[in-house]
Write a protein that binds this ligand. Structure first.
Ligand code: PDD
Length: 287
């Protein structure tokens, strides 16, 4: 069955789905997005992603294109029409279409909305998680508002390509003080030498990952120690374990940084357990 996309109020075969050449998302990256993991056709961490969408839009003074209730219905309809059970749901909202001018159109125009759904091979992703992945480091070169989930992803795309060229799955940005900020499309974690979980705090210039937030709740529920404190690539190499989190990767063990092994160079028990617990709770809470 062919994929079905949503474009501004219509469901259309994805091959025929088009947006306007003067869409401000296309010309200025003046757009935000969200990605939900789908478990059994349901949206994982729905509330968190809606809240971040509303925040990203409001930081850019783009109105919500429809109410949250209406948006939920359309998102679910997109999933239903694509008959995807395990996968990803992508939503993008741009400021809209207007003659090219850097400043916002005045009067404001209607935001442009697109959605796509893709299937994930969950067996293949479990196999990948069982093996673990490598990451490479790269200098942090993004703008100062990485907390807004904009489609302005060129540095992230370049970083991911650097990783791919090195045979790695992810790139970790490293700031001018030598600390890891986050991955090109994930948040970064370690289980440090003392067995304490560590991830960058959200006062830093990073995306407040929804998977990160849900995993913190799981961790606290389990009574594990966690420090929202920066770490360096050297800390990661000295750590017992490392992993990344995101809607695309869930919780994915990292076994090497810049070609050097983390811990024993294989996935450790903490990441494996957290992956299992995160998936369990996300499945139970999915809508
Ligand atoms: N990326 N950091 C960055 C830069 C990201 O792009 C993402 C998500 C995350 C993790 O956020 P969350 O847990 O809310 O998915 C962190 C999505 C999946 C993407 O760009 O496809």
């Amino acid at each position: 069955m062919g994929r079905i996309a949503y474009v501004n109020g219509r469901f259309v075969p994805q091959g025929e789905a088009v947006v306007h050449i003067e869409d401000r998302g296309y010309q200025f990256a003046d757009a935000v997005y969200e990605v939900w993991a789908l478990f059994d056709g349901k949206l994982a961490d729905a509330e968190g992603h809606f809240a971040r969408l509303e925040r990203s839009l409001s930081e850019l003074a783009i109105p919500m294109p429809m109410t949250r209730a209406a948006l939920t219905l359309v998102l679910k309809e997109a999933v239903r029409r694509n008959r995807v059970r395990e996968g990803l749901l992508y939503l993008q909202v741009s400021r809209g279409v207007a003659p090219r001018d850097h400043a916002f159109p005045n009067p404001a125009v209607r935001p442009a909305v697109i959605m796509t759904v893709s299937a994930t091979d969950r067996i293949a992703s479990e196999a990948r998680a069982a093996k673990g992945v490598s990451v490479v480091t790269t200098p942090e070169n993004r703008w100062g508002r990485c907390d807004i989930k904009t489609v302005s992803l060129l540095p992230n795309a370049l970083a991911k390509q650097k990783a791919r060229a090195a045979g790695a799955a992810e790139a970790w940005f490293v700031d001018e003080l030598g600390f890891v900020t986050e991955g090109a499309s994930s948040n970064a974690w370690i289980v440090d030498e003392d067995g304490r979980l560590r991830t960058r705090d959200t006062n830093a210039n990073i995306l407040r990952g929804i998977t990160r937030g849900s995993l913190l709740e799981v961790i606290r529920h389990e009574g594990l120690e966690v420090d929202e404190r920066p770490f360096t690539p050297a800390d990661a190499l000295a750590a017992k374990e490392a992993f990344i989190t995101g809607a695309g990767t869930l919780v994915l063990p990292v076994i090497a940084v810049d070609g050097k092994p983390v811990g024993e160079g294989k996935p450790g028990p903490v990441a494996a357990k957290l992956r299992r617990l995160y998936i369990e709770q996300a499945k139970a809470a999915a809508i």
